[in-house]
Every structure is written in structure tokens, then in C-alpha cells.
Design a protein around this ligand. Sequence first.
Ligand SMILES: [Zn+2]
Length: 242
Amino acid sequence: MDEIRASLFLQGERLPLIGVTVDVSAIGALIRCARPAPVGAKGTIELATTPKVRVPIRVLRVDSVTYKPFHGIGVQFSHLTPEAREILHERSPWTVTDVPGGCQVQFRVGFTEATNFFGLLGQLKGNVAFDLSGVRQISSVGVKKWVHFVERLPAGSRVRYVRCSPQFVQQATMIRNFLGRGEVESVLVPYSCVECGATQEVLVEVHGGGIPQIDEELDCTCGGVLEVDVMQDVFFSFLVNA
Ligand SMILES: [Zn+2]
């Protein structure tokens, strides 16, 4: 995601801490700063969004290793106004949800030069399931950033890809190392109707290896036929090459 300039005004500190966001959501933010902040400190954060967002915060954690020579300062927001919530929600390209044994990451946007996977790395824990249904655009720089990211996923964790968009699958078939050591669990297969132009995607489970059996045609609500929109051998070739 794009970096946002952030100023942290902490109680008892004369000058604000200036940094940039590594990640921001409606719950809190991770700020990369030149100076650390005391854990537990309270204050206010000002984010240079349009319009500006000013929110009371508390410092939750400080990570002085991952962003060396900078410090990663994790802050939790409180008293967020609905307007501020909306501005921040739009800025966050993914949501990380805790699940038993690890976390699930849902991407809301594609992978481009603006995607900062660096920030995501610090939010992951345990086994990770990536939901890729929202990834509809992947630029060449986005591909490079993603490959670099999956190479750096924690070694001990199990990595699964679920609800992979056709665009994600297409890259997986073309780019070596695109999946890293992760396993694809399910993909969205596109269909379209030649009669009315309607499109539909069908979720197909792929574990167990081998090319799954899928319907070539489905009934369309117009009375016509939805035909599968991909060459199956090509679309599923990432399973064979894996
Ligand atoms: Zn139709």
C-alpha cells in the first residue's frame, strides 16, 4: 500500500515522532519511525490522508529488529469516528483475521508497485491461509514483490492459498516460484454465457493433486449455456508442475 506520513504526539514528549505507515487498518497502525516509543504510551496520531485523520492512540508494541535501522511502532486506535474509520478502511489492502493455529489474510486489491508486503510479513503468525479472491490485477512489479514476499514467509508455518482468482492462477502457471512452498487449496473457475454475456465463477477444490474434474458447461439463467472460460490443461498446469 502507499505509505502515509504519520506524526505521533505522545504524552510527555515535547516533539512528535515522525514516520510513515507500514500498515494501517480501522483498528490500528504500524508506523516506521527513526526513534522508538515507550510501550503503553498514550497520545494522538495524525495521518496525512485526505482529509487528515487524527485519532487518540496507545502504543502496543515496538519492533526494533524487522525494520532496522528504523523502529516499527504498533499503535492501537481508540475513539475512531465513522468518517475516519471509512478513510482508513479504504487504505488497507488486506485484512488479517486470527484463526485457530494461525491467521487468514484476505486481500482486497491486486498486487502492484504500491503493494507493501513488507508490512504484512510482520502481521502474520502461525499457519497462514491467503484468500486471493480479491486479487484481480497483478502488475509485473506486483509479481516480483509477491515472489519476494512468499520466499520470506516463516519457515515453520503451513501456507495455503484459497479461493484463488483466475488472475492469480494465471500468474501461478507462468511464474516459477509464484506459489513458494504454499499449497493451492481452491480456485475460482470462470464461466461465461455466449447467449447473454453473463459471467460466473465456480469454486473448485484442488487438493489431492492432479487436475480436478470440472463441468464444461453450466445452465445460465437466460436458458443458454455458461461455458468454462479457460483451457483446463493450461489453467491447472500449476498443479502438475508443482
Ligand atoms: Zn445466459
